[in-house]
Design a protein around this ligand. Sequence first.
Ligand code: FAD
Ligand code: NAD
Length: 367
Amino acid sequence: KPKDLDNSSKELIPSYDWFQTDGTVTIVIYTKQKDINSESVIADLQEGRLRGEIIVNDYSFLLHFELSYAVHEDIVVQVLGKVRKVELILKKKVSLHWKNLGKPLQSHNSFVKCADRGLFFRKCKLISKSSVSHDTRLLCVLLPSGTHLQVPVGYHVYLKKTITGTEIVKPYTPVISSLVSKFKDPSHNDKTHVFFMIKIYPSGLFTPVLDCICIGEYISVSNPEGTFLKPQAEDVDDLFLLAAGTGFTPMVKLLNYVLTSSSNLRTAQLMFFNKTEDDILWRSQLEQLALDDARFDAQFVLSEPNAKWTGKQGKISFSLVSQFVKRSKDDSKILVCICGPLPFLEQGLQILQDLGTSCEEIHCFRA
Ligand code: FAD
Ligand code: NAD
């Protein structure tokens, strides 16, 4: 057991036990975490090895075994939040009595800061690919049946591919298949598909390779990482999203989450910075969403507009942000989220600070 933990963290270290029936082996993890949810459990069953990770605050508890006997490929994960328990259910291939679970593997039964653990990848099959704009694609990958993984709102994952003998790893923020529910394909609504909106840079290292992956080929996807906490957005009155280019991606799930789950929300507004009209991602969906939901509004700002553009122009500025971040009532609880190229972030954060927005009212999406 780790020695360098403070007492309050030591109290959170989960424990586990297991039991079996003729057909199944169930590993029960006692998390000590009130209302533990499904997003805090990441499980992978791969080639007779089980890796089960429980996220408790910013710590990771790991179970890691070479299983004693063969099991079927799929895993069932049950999260019993009220009793703080997680069950990982494996299906025996042969109805034998197991004497033990198996051989412990690296880092088994460890409890470490999430930031101190390495990335773990599983291979996911590319099942669809479509164009969002002239240079941006929507990719959908399928998680293996032995994987339980849900990427929380505001979190990113890493994609990995070997390019000419070198492993390249870059972060991407999963989105949903569509902002407008009536366009959603019901087969994509389950928890086994992950969608990515990825801009292809012709002279980039990684994205031209991603663009060439064919349907049916595999790409490695890591565990989620991030610092966004859902409660930050849960009880806000007004949400302001400042996004530039693909900095729009973390806003997608966030918008969907607040518009469907927040009871307090009065307004959700997006100021979306792009070079040209053709670069605006999901413009028609954003316009449709604004028509469908009176709380939502989107403004587009172009830095390289053509002569026909009559909307807002320029890059992020004090004047644009001060007109945008306006509370709907004097005592509104607000959250301003920002994401985009580094200079955009830096200027945006400075402007927000100059406007008197407090740190608690700002979330910046970055690696
Ligand atoms: P790179 O090789 O990094 O090049 C990118 C651009 O910079 C190209 O135009 C290239 O020509 C230019 N360039 C490279 N090197 C130089 C140089 N020395 N001088 C001048 N120009 C140079 N992107 C998305 O599309 N979708 C997402 O959901 C997404 N999520 C992200 C989440 C996080 C947390 C972070 C940090 C980034 C995210 N990104 C996302 C960006 C992504 O990680 C990559 O940076 C991006 O895909 C570029 O990768 P690349 O290897 O193709 O390009
Ligand atoms: P882009 O080059 O198309 O620029 C989009 C807009 O960003 C521009 O129109 C401009 O308004 C603004 N901008 C660009 N450079 C600026 C500068 N120097 N100063 C002020 N404003 C500037 O953007 P892109 O190619 O789509 O890049 C998106 C960026 O967002 C990437 O750097 C990517 O890494 C980042 N990103 C981060 C996350 C995250 O951290 N969670 C997620 C997605 C994307």
